[in-house]
Design a protein around this ligand. Sequence first.
Ligand SMILES: *[C@@H]1O[C@H](CO)[C@@H](O)[C@H](O)[C@H]1NC(C)=O
Ligand SMILES: *[C@@H]1O[C@H](CO)[C@@H](O)[C@H](O)[C@H]1NC(C)=O
Ligand SMILES: *[C@@H]1O[C@H](CO)[C@@H](O)[C@H](O)[C@H]1NC(C)=O
Ligand SMILES: *[C@@H]1O[C@H](CO)[C@@H](O)[C@H](O)[C@H]1NC(C)=O
Length: 306
Amino acid sequence: MAQDVNTILCIFVLYLSFKGGQLEKISMKIVEEPSNFGSSYGQDSQTHSLTPKVKPANFSGPPHLKRLYGKCFEKLDENYRYEFCPFINLTQHELALRWNPYSGILGIWEEWEIKNNTFIAMLMKNGDDCGDLHRSVKVIFHCGKTNEITEVTEPETCKYLLNFSTPLVCHDHSMLVYPVLSPELREKWNLLEGDFLNEEVTSKGYNKELRHIFEEAGFYMSKKVHLSLSKEDSTHNGEETDGTNSENLDTLDKCLVEYHKLKQEIEGLRVLVALQGKNQEQNIGSVTAKEEYYEDIIVHDFEGDY
Ligand SMILES: *[C@@H]1O[C@H](CO)[C@@H](O)[C@H](O)[C@H]1NC(C)=O
Ligand SMILES: *[C@@H]1O[C@H](CO)[C@@H](O)[C@H](O)[C@H]1NC(C)=O
Ligand SMILES: *[C@@H]1O[C@H](CO)[C@@H](O)[C@H](O)[C@H]1NC(C)=O
Ligand SMILES: *[C@@H]1O[C@H](CO)[C@@H](O)[C@H](O)[C@H]1NC(C)=O
């Protein structure tokens, strides 16, 4: 593609130069122009010239989504090529046949949007300037057969919406928050829930405390972490992301770590089921059956993937 464009450009410039009768001057341009022009189609030279304002946050959220971390996905539409690297960034590259087409950062991974004990969206912020704002992105996961960007839209100026389909979110409970928390944070949440039910905290106090729990878990970004990420030299970005290759389950140690995470998740579901059972005043027998059912599907889900 780039080659054809270069050829056309050369012929055009040559044509102009003959017409104008100033062959020497313009023929210098033939060498310069095509080499820069072509590079807007290549990935490397362009993406490396983009400078992020902040570093991405660490991975957080449903552990099974870690399989998307360290990978990037592309989507072409009429005018742009998008490159989405989950838990890192989203960039946009204009495909226009003109000098110096736009290529920029739409957002850097920051935190989750959480509602009703559910991870709703991956929020990427601090993208390129857009008037007084920074570009930002909301990534919504949909159940689908393959990992791919299904759509990128801009519902509000410089606020993008990216739909991503993946088999990783097809299970009803794949985006639940409670099971992903550490036992300590779950305990905090249980206590908070109790206090709220007994009207010992207001709904404002409840929300504030819940926010703290999610900050501690890394799902929300605290002011402190926010500052540390913008202060740090963002040129070290590359080094950190290179480390993501080590996420492959290629050693026994890593498998064990993942195994313990899964075990923890199952424990979380047990508690959740038990809690629900209590609330609904179901008999013990049906709670146990439910529990086994959840455990069964979760273990199968993960076995299938490894
Ligand atoms: C976006 O993330 C990818 C993957 O880590 C990285 O290769 C790329 O350089 C990043 N882009 C920008 C503009 O930081
Ligand atoms: C990211 O994780 C590393 C290693 O666990 C930790 O040292 C670092 O403080 C974390 N960074 C942020 C911004 O949370
Ligand atoms: C909250 O999430 C549960 C599933 O976890 C769902 O059944 C319920 O409808 C949701 N409630 C609201 C208000 O969205
Ligand atoms: C993208 O996600 C939004 C929000 O969930 C939804 O309203 C819209 O229909 C989705 N578009 C596609 C093509 O899936």
